[in-house]
Design a protein around this ligand. Structure first.
Ligand code: ADP
Ligand code: MG
Length: 693
């Protein structure tokens, strides 16, 4: 142990009563220092003043019961599982405690002499009631004259670690080490936010004197957990506002030219967002802007406007998409927009033969093509831009940060970066994850769109669904069938698509033109199918989720998603966004059983709304942020106490406070802000996966 180590950085093994063996168990929980012990928060609390009599508890309730063991029984089940069963009584009734495959529980229970506490959900059993896999612990001697008060913390444990050991260790550091904490938050901040001081909060979170105090303690700790990353992201954002970038000399007449690009008028939201983008581009600092827009909100038009602004100011623009299908789609669309005004668009994708590639790279390198569209092939070795000024990344969550970095560095200048995402996430999450970006939201759909009618049908109703699709096709429209997502494996996915294709093309629609699209097809074959479908030469397209993003065929107005319960909400929403892209009434049919409550809730949400933001909020509620963000990581948000859903409001509060603070002290140089600064430095923004610059 180094002598100058801060007392809070001491190894837990030196805490009285802990020692090296327990320290090893604590390490499994990520608790290594005294400070970590303080930040090992209870996962729940128990009011020990009232245990319900066992005779009064009912199935469905979550309860803590207290009693003596009557019987202990352990045997292998027929399925090969070891089942441990203990009967517990308090004189008013009997409950069975049941553990599966946890032989150590039996060993531990054998030694029990006095009373135990057991916590869990009560279930109905053949002969009375049971609790499956309950948490349990011994009733400590002297528990009734308890020094903790009546509200007892219950801590997360690791195997082999007992609740009372954790309680005792935390009790010890609360008594001896609490004074070593210095509150990073200044009195001014505490007052502004009406928050409790740190030491008070740490004590109350572990041994609350009342429910009210516990909530106040929690509020303070949650606030802090959001604050430091928020400050870090805000500093980053404000920093990029001062870096040297390109000040595009966008001509005044640009708006007129933008208006002439499209056969439609931009929506108010599109115009507002284009305005925000152009304002960023004019500034002599690099743009780092995220554009959020629900599927079909018209992000491509906004991108096109930004591209034109760059080109008319004498720079090149690049647009990078996550898949070849999407890159080609963008290429087709933008080529159609820009060719009539004499601007060459180059396509750079991996599948090109060397002649095509050479031509494309030549045009990009010489500047002859002011616009380049591509996949990650755009950022590979050997791609040189003549004068890259604007980089647009579509569907950003599919790219790792390194790829984006590489795109940015293709310019010698510091190009502007625009990130577009069709994954609407609630505003609070945007703040939590993209606080370092400026954000624009296209919160309006083009006029004349009709909400997609969505139905949920059970598998036995398939025949009717197929008939319905047939009617749509008879009217000259087209339909998608999305095959069930059976696994992450491409090969299995392909198999599923081929099966569905076979069934539809031979049994259900032998008289119609059915096509197949999946990720393992050769690029040429994929393109061929897409072109045919777009040209109306196919009636039905059977596909895997490769059509999830970006595909735009307005004449396709029906989609059937097989086994829709296998998809997450966000993904269903993306898939559904492939229809309803024109002015015709569109339909989406989810064919699924709902075996779980969650599956049912998801399907019902899809039927009830087409608003991506509402769907995202529901997804967040049902599955938590990890799922919603998909492959995105929590990045620098490693939450110990805060809950992104429950505490969403606090994210805004933290954001507001960080803005206020940085207005006073942009670089956190004031002496009273040194505590905050060192906390902020523990949350470096560029370590996250989400950083653009
Ligand atoms: P997103 O990428 O946001 O899902 P797209 O840019 O692909 O949406 O646009 C969806 C469809 O809406 C396209 O067919 C596009 O031509 C059309 N569109 C975009 N903006 C408008 C508008 N302002 N008015 C009418 N149609 C529009
Ligand atoms: Mg798009």
């Amino acid at each position: 142990m180094t002598p100058d180590r801060h007392p809070l950085d001491r190894d837990v093994q030196f805490v009285k009563g802990v020692g090296p063996r327990l320290a090893e168990l604590f390490a499994k929980l990520g608790v290594q220092t005294v400070r970590d012990l303080f930040y090992h928060f209870p996962r729940r609390y128990e009011d020990r003043s009232q245990f319900p009599p066992i005779g009064s508890v009912r199935p469905g309730q979550w309860v803590t019961v207290r009693g003596r063991l009557l019987e202990l029984d352990s045997r292998p089940s027929r399925g090969g599982m070891a089942i441990t069963k203990a009967t517990l009584t308090d004189g008013t009734g009997i409950v069975s405690l049941v553990w599966f495959n946890q032989p150590w529980v039996r060993r531990a229970l054998t030694k029990v002499e006095g009373e135990i506490l057991a916590y869990g959900q009560v279930k109905e059993a053949n002969w009375g009631i049971e609790i499956h896999a309950p948490e349990w612990e011994l009733v400590e001697e002297g528990e009734d004259s308890d020094q903790f008060g009546r509200i007892i913390p219950v801590y997360p444990l690791a195997e082999g670690l007992q609740q009372r050991w954790v309680r005792r260790a935390i009790e010890t550091v609360l008594a001896n080490d609490l004074d070593h904490f210095v509150d990073p938050l200044t009195p001014a901040i505490l007052k502004r936010q009406m928050l409790r001081p740190l030491r008070w909060s740490l004590r109350q979170i572990h041994r609350p004197e009342s429910e009210e105090f516990r909530l106040q303690a929690r509020e303070r700790l949650v606030f802090e957990e959001f604050l430091y990353p928020q400050i870090a992201m805000q500093m980053k954002r404000l920093e990029s506002h001062r870096e040297t970038g390109i000040a595009f000399g966008i001509p005044e007449a640009l708006w007129d030219e933008i208006a002439g690009l499209f056969p439609f008028e931009l929506t108010r939201a599109q115009r507002r967002v284009v305005g925000e983008v152009l304002a960023d581009m004019r500034r002599p600092h690099p743009m780092n802007r995220l554009i959020q827009g629900d599927v079909g909100s018209g992000k491509t038009a906004v991108a096109a406007a930004a591209i034109l602004a760059a080109v008319r100011s004498g720079y090149q623009a690049a647009l990078m998409a996550p898949t070849e299908i999407l890159a080609e789609q963008h290429y087709i669309n933008l080529h159609r927009v820009f060719e009539p005004i004499g601007l060459q668009v180059a396509l750079v994708v991996g599948k090109q033969n060397s002649r095509q590639r050479k031509a494309a790279l030549g045009a990009v390198g010489s500047g002859q093509a002011p616009i380049a569209i591509g996949t990650h092939a755009l950022i590979q070795e050997g791609v040189e831009f003549h004068r890259l000024g604007l980089a647009i990344v579509d569907e950003q969550h599919r790219f790792g940060v390194m790829q984006r970095l590489a795109l940015r560095q293709k310019g010698d200048l510091n190009p502007d970066v625009l990130v577009m995402t069709a994954t609407p996430i609630p505003r609070t999450l945007t703040l939590a994850f993209y606080g370092h970006l400026d954000v624009s939201v296209i919160d309006e759909l083009p006029p004349g769109r009709q909400a997609i009618k969505t139905y949920w049908k059970l598998p036995y109703e398939r025949a009717k669904v197929y008939e319905g699709v047939r009617k749509v096709i008879a009217e000259g429209k087209q339909a998608y069938f999305v095959c069930p997502m059976i696994s992450e494996s491409e090969k299995m996915q392909t198999q599923a698509a081929e099966d569905l294709y076979y069934r539809l093309s031979t049994e259900v629609y032998p008289d119609l033109r059915v096509g197949l699209l999946h990720g393992q097809m050769k690029p040429d074959a994929k393109e061929d199918v897409m072109l045919k479908f777009r040209a109306g030469e196919l009636d039905v397209l059977v596909s895997t989720v490769v059509i999830e993003v970006g595909v735009d065929v307005p004449n396709a107005i029906a989609m059937v998603i097989e086994d829709a319960n296998r998809f997450g909400l966000a993904q269903l929403h993306q898939l559904r966004g492939r229809v309803g892209r024109g002015s015709d009434q569109s339909y989406c049919v989810l064919v699924a059983e709902a075996k779980t409550e969650e599956a049912r809730a998801r399907l019902e949400t899809m039927v009830a709304t087409t608003d991506g933001f509402k769907i995202a909020e529901q997804d967040l509620r049902l599955r938590g942020p990890g799922q919603l963000m998909g492959t995105m990581q929590h990045g620098n948000l490693d939450l110990k106490i805060a809950d992104l859903v429950k505490d969403a409001r606090m994210i805004e509060v933290a954001r507001d406070c960080s803005e206020w603070l940085l207005q006073i002290d942009l670089h956190l140089q004031l002496p009273e802000h040194q505590g905050i600064l060192s906390q902020v430095q523990e949350h470096p923004v560029d370590k996250t996966l989400l950083t653009v610059s």
